[in-house]
Design a protein around this ligand. Structure first.
Ligand code: ZN
Length: 314
């Protein structure tokens, strides 16, 4: 019997998203299980394996029809599937996730990768990067994550830390520390948290009236205020655009991708964010990269399961 299906798994700190895909990339079914992080996270992989076996039974799918399973994880994962301590999963040891999950699935082929890299692969395959092979995804959420796809493959790096775009040093003299311990990281200006930080600084600096003084301060609210022309919010958007646009120009200088795909919560605020980024990108980038496309992601939360399945199919 020929291989028709692949499973995609996206492990988060509270839920594990699972998907059943055709090898052509259609998402046939998706569901979730709870991430049980207690007891050193020892139940996480058995729960996933159990859920996949149950799904195969429910759908009447034979093992011979499955090409494999891919799993995206919140932490650095190397080429072989080895993860180094994923604290938010309760895992405090280094171990080979791909091998352990494969064993639990009775020898099914399993590939493991970092979640941001895997999402980038998903966007390349079926999302905003479709039709391209050199794609860089930047996820603008609570932090800033990234994934680099070159010639259709994830660039993992020596220790699984390639694509850690959020921690590129971009500002001298920053007083606040980034989550990573350094000061002046891109994430401190371009994440949703970073936007709120810049916004609060701007609000404290003067008594200037702003729509943001009358609503709960959030990145989402700020972009709505930008849309209505709120001067203070526009200034913050310009700062955000300066840092992110400049950051992308630095990355383009190294990797010269065909397209940047922007995902995560901040990208959901819509096309309003784009001109602030592209203006600074074009100003700072090397001329041969000036026409690099910068687009918003299209797969949303499904990027992880779709990219994970693609890893297993390749
Ligand atoms: Zn950092």
């Amino acid at each position: 019997m020929s291989e028709k299906y692949a499973f995609g798994i996206d492990v988060g700190g509270t839920t594990v998203k699972l998907g059943l895909l055709s090898v052509k990339g259609e998402l046939l079914d998706k569901w979730e299980v709870k991430t049980r992080t207690e007891d050193g996270g020892k139940n996480i992989l058995p729960d996933i394996a159990g859920s996949i076996k149950e799904k195969m039974k429910e759908k009447g799918i034979d093992k011979s029809e499955i090409t494999g399973a891919g799993i995206g994880l919140p932490g650095p994962v190397d080429e072989t599937g080895l993860i180094r301590k994923a604290v938010n999963l309760g895992w405090d040891r280094n171990f080979n996730v791909a091998e352990e999950l494969s064993e639990l699935l009775d020898g099914m082929k399993v590939k493991a990768g970092n979640d941001a890299n895997v999402a980038a692969l998903g966007e390349m395959w079926q999302g905003a990067g479709k039709g391209h092979k050199d794609v860089i995804m930047v996820t603008l959420g609570t932090g800033v994550g990234g994934g680099i796809i070159h010639d259709g493959k994830i660039i993992t790096g020596a220790t699984g830390a390639a694509g850690e775009i959020g921690h590129i040093f971009i500002q001298e003299g920053e007083k606040d520390a980034c989550g990573c311990g350094n000061r002046g990281c891109l994430e401190q200006y371009a994440s949703a948290t970073g936007i709120v930080r810049l916004l609060n600084q701007e609000l404290e600096a003067s008594d200037e009236d702003s729509m943001m003084r009358h609503v709960p301060v959030s990145a989402k609210q700020m972009w709505m205020a930008v849309e209505k022309g709120d001067a203070l919010s526009v200034r913050v958007a310009e700062k955000f655009g300066y840092y992110l646009g400049t950051g992308l120009s630095i990355i383009a200088g190294v990797l010269n991708p065909e397209v940047f795909v922007l995902g995560g919560g901040v990208s959901m605020s819509g096309d309003i964010i784009m001109p602030f980024i592209t203006k600074n990108f074009k100003e700072h980038v090397f001329h041969a990269s000036r026409d690099t496309m910068i687009v918003r992601a299209t797969l949303g939360n499904n990027a992880g399961i779709i990219g994970a399945a693609k890893m297993a199919i390749d």
